[in-house]
Design a protein around this ligand. Sequence first.
Ligand code: HSE
Length: 371
Amino acid sequence: MYKVGIIGWRGMVGSVLIQRMHEENDFFNINAQFFSTSQAGESVRILKSQESILLDAFDIGALKKMDILLSCQGGDYTKKILPSLRKKNWNGHWIDAASTLRMDSDAVIVLDPINKDAIKSAIEAGNKNWVGGNCTVSLMLLAIHGLIKENLVEWVSSMTYQAASGAGAQNMKELLIQMGELSESLDKIKTNTNILDLDKEVQLIMNSDRFTKKLFSAPLAGSLIPWIDEKLESGQSREEWKGSVETNKILKSNGHKPFSVDGLCVRIGAMRSHSQALTIKLNNDYTIEKIEELIASANPWINFIPNEKEESIKNLSPAAVSGKLSIAVGRVRKLNVGENLISVFTVGDQLLWGAAEPVRRVLNILTNKTT
Ligand code: HSE
């Protein structure tokens, strides 16, 4: 049995990962050891069958004993630990949920429904570093998998509506606190029914100094933030840049035709599902029926929503999708602004297919788990 060390299992992505591993009985296939950056030596109940004594996540000797290390601990931990391990000739597999290694030439971005062949070839070639992709990239590629398989895509413009979870657990809490602070004005609804007065009250609260915005540095509840991550020289945000470079790294690795991706990444007040409005330039004029059929049948996780008002409102939203592995895809129609242009709206859980699921699945591939 492979000895698998898991670091960062208590965090948000790590917790979702552990939950999914239980659901899929992954722990029966591995000898799992749990590492901690702060509580080594303590006993915890993660496995159903036994208590686990936490190992020290900074103990290179203990880490070196693992065949596989899976980190959800974040990029700083990766930067600190992985080079030391490799320097000490550790030749195990490193699986990472953080972005640090993604664009390194010796790291494969894993999204096995799209690039399983590339993963298999990389294993044969002796690759040891495996990294989950950016959440919007993984969710978008799965959503338009059917068009990718047939090499129909010329370019994509992706306008995102990203949930608070992408910024971290504390940011999700800040969003809720902001919602709570805005709802202070609710009391006034009872005594004042004038909507313009109520709106003014909300506006005053969200722009006042006492409004909680330590992490987002702006109101997200009742508003939005049109910037995610740092500014690059191109004028893109780093999140927008990732959309193109990571997509193409994944596509090229598996022999798919690469295409350009660009658009604006926007944070909205959803909890844990990212939405994306895609404008897609196709390489030819296909019937809408063919496009729908390709998208709907591409992989088992697509929940295709016909371009109808009621079904879209009911099923194509973070409220409908969060906590589910399925990726909702809808609003597919031809756009009237040019040739061979279609719209697609897609929503996926940022913590499942957007983060934990690709790394969970590559662990199973590396440990030859048969499903
Ligand atoms: N960078 C993403 C976000 C989440 O901020 O929403 C991680 O892929």
